[in-house]
Each structure stands twice: as C-alpha cells, then as structure tokens.
Design a protein around this ligand. Structure first.
Ligand code: G
Ligand code: G
Ligand code: MN
Ligand code: NA
Length: 259
C-alpha cells in the first residue's frame, strides 16, 4: 500500500506539519492553550490524518520518532508565542508505546529545558482506548510526568469505555470529554428515550470535578454545544465553533484577535 511505502521517508522529506487548535476558557472565550495536531502532506496521497497514519507508523516502529518531532516543533512554536507575550500551555498527543518507553520522561524534560519552557506548560494527552496498551505502565509513566510538573490529560473520554475504575486509577489532571457526549446532550429534548440524555454531559462534568479534575469539552461544533458545556459547568472548551486547528500563522492571527 502507498501509505506504508511513503511513510518511512516522510519526515526526512519534510512532509509533516503541525497545526494548532486553541483551547478556550469559557464563557470568556479567551485562549489559554493549544493542542498540537500532526498533519502529513504527501504529493501522491494528499493530506493524511493522524488517525490513518499513526497506526501504520506504530506498525513500522516510527511512531515515537514522529511524536518526538511534533513535540520539538511545537515547543519551538510555543517559545515564539511566549516571546510575543502569550502565556499558553501546549498539549501533545503521544502514541502509547512512546509514552511508556523508559526514557520518555527524561526526553520530555530535556526538550522543554532546551526551549526554556516550564514543565507546567506541557500537557501530555493519552486517549482512554490507548491506556489499554499497558495499563500499569501508563499509570506509572503518567505519574512520573506529574512528578516532574508536566500535566496529564485523559483524551476522548466518553467515546469508548468511559470506565470509572480507570478514571479513578489514572494520574491525570485534565479530563477531555469527547465531542459525541456533548453532541448527544445538546440534541436532547424532553421525552427522549434514555441514552440520548441531556444530563450526560452534566454528570460527566460533575464526576470529573468531584475527582478534582479540570474538564475540557472538546468537539464543540455549534454555539448550542458551547452553551451546553457552559451550562454543565465546564470552564474549558475546544472545537470548530471556537477555533479550528490551523497553521501557526493563522493561530497567531486568532490570538491577536483575542487579546
Ligand atoms: O487532528 P485530528 O483530529 O485528525 O487527530 C486525530 C487523532 O490523531 C487524535 O485522536 C489525536 O490524538 C491523534 N494525533 C494528532 N496528532 C498526533 C501526534 O502528533 N501524535 C500522535 N501519536 N497522535 C496524534
Ligand atoms: O482525539 P483528539 O481529541 O486528540 O483529536 C482531536 C481531533 O479532533 C483533531 O483531529 C481535530 O481536527 C478534531 N476536531 C477538533 N475540533 C473538532 C470539532 O469541533 N468537531 C470534530 N468533528 N472534530 C474536531
Ligand atoms: Mn487530543
Ligand atoms: Na479527543
């Protein structure tokens, strides 16, 4: 398959790119952070999304290399935004194998030191489905990251198992509620059958808060969904209704408009 053939040399050919999606404080809609998202632009394949390419990269054993490139690139960008007076945090996604690798914490520490970024400014995201890769190792490694001051997030919560046991067990600071939870809640009407219930987002937000977590509602695609998240008591939001993932220059313009 083309993807398997093209992927190994893509980094050297400079085909990777990082886009950034702002995370906004609600209800003020002030940017407080950015999530770095990988994009691959290949002459024959066009733009390939990480959901497609990361599983292949993992099979080829190059996912870690890609994740490290994204982290270094995003750190460089964050430094330039910091110099311009923006105090944003940076969130990155990492493949589970990279997360649990024995030198991951030391590497993160070194890259942030190199770019003079305080460790508290970084958020490492891991999706619930990826935790299953090796639960004890992920628990240990998230704990090690927190021990040096890096913040941790459970991504895509509510898209899969949404396991309470796992939520209690994982050393995370932030809970990212999947867009599907908000969408189901926002479409709710009195008299709807159970399952599509409005209280779902309310319940997840209060549960997260009870556990001492900061909550991000993600995948907010409409103003109604933003209002729904706010009504549930969620103070951080991410989604197309607030800001699309975009190249650094476009994000910079967005930040300028939201001073
Ligand atoms: O950007 P997009 O919505 O297409 O991202 C889809 C998925 O790919 C998300 O679940 C995200 O966590 C993951 N992803 C995005 N960028 C990276 C990256 O740099 N490394 C890894 N491992 N996953 C990423
Ligand atoms: O799994 P993770 O949360 O890391 O994935 C982020 C992905 O979600 C990115 O690929 C990004 O492009 C996408 N995304 C961001 N905002 C929205 C949104 O409002 N709706 C949808 N459907 N996807 C979004
Ligand atoms: Mn994410
Ligand atoms: Na997500």
């Amino acid at each position: 398959m083309d993807l398997e053939r093209e992927l190994p040399g893509a980094l050297e050919r400079g085909e990777f790119d990082v886009v950034y999606q702002p995370v906004l404080a609600l209800p003020e809609r002030q940017p407080v952070g950015v999530e770095a998202l990988l994009r691959w632009r290949n002459p024959t394949l066009g733009t390939v999304l990480p959901t497609e390419l990361m599983p292949v990269a993992e099979d080829l054993g190059i996912a870690g290399e890609i994740d490290r490139w994204v982290l270094a690139t995003a750190c460089r960008q964050l430094t330039s935004w910091s110099a311009a007076g923006r105090d944003l945090w940076l969130a990155v996604n990492v493949s589970p194998r990279e997360l649990v690798s024995s030198d991951f914490v030391a590497r993160v520490k070194a890259v942030l030191a190199e770019h003079e970024i305080p460790l508290e400014r970084l958020v490492v995201e891991v999706a619930e489905a990826q935790v299953a890769f090796d639960v004890p190792a992920v628990v240990t490694q998230l704990g090690a990251l927190r021990a040096i001051g890096v913040r941790t997030a459970l991504d895509d919560f509510g898209a899969g198992q949404a396991s309470l046991a796992q939520l209690r067990r994982l050393p995370v600071d932030l809970l990212k509620i999947d867009g599907t939870v908000v969408a189901a809640s926002a479409n709710w009407q009195p008299g709807d059958p159970p399952g599509h219930s409005r209280p779902l987002i309310d319940v997840v937000v209060s549960l997260g808060k009870r556990l001492g977590l900061e909550i991000i509602a993600e995948g907010l695609e409409s103003n109604a969904q933003v209002s729904q998240a706010e009504a549930a008591g969620c103070h951080l939001g991410q989604g197309f209704a607030l800001a699309h993932p975009a190249p650094a220059e476009r994000v910079e313009a967005f930040l300028e408009d939201h001073r």
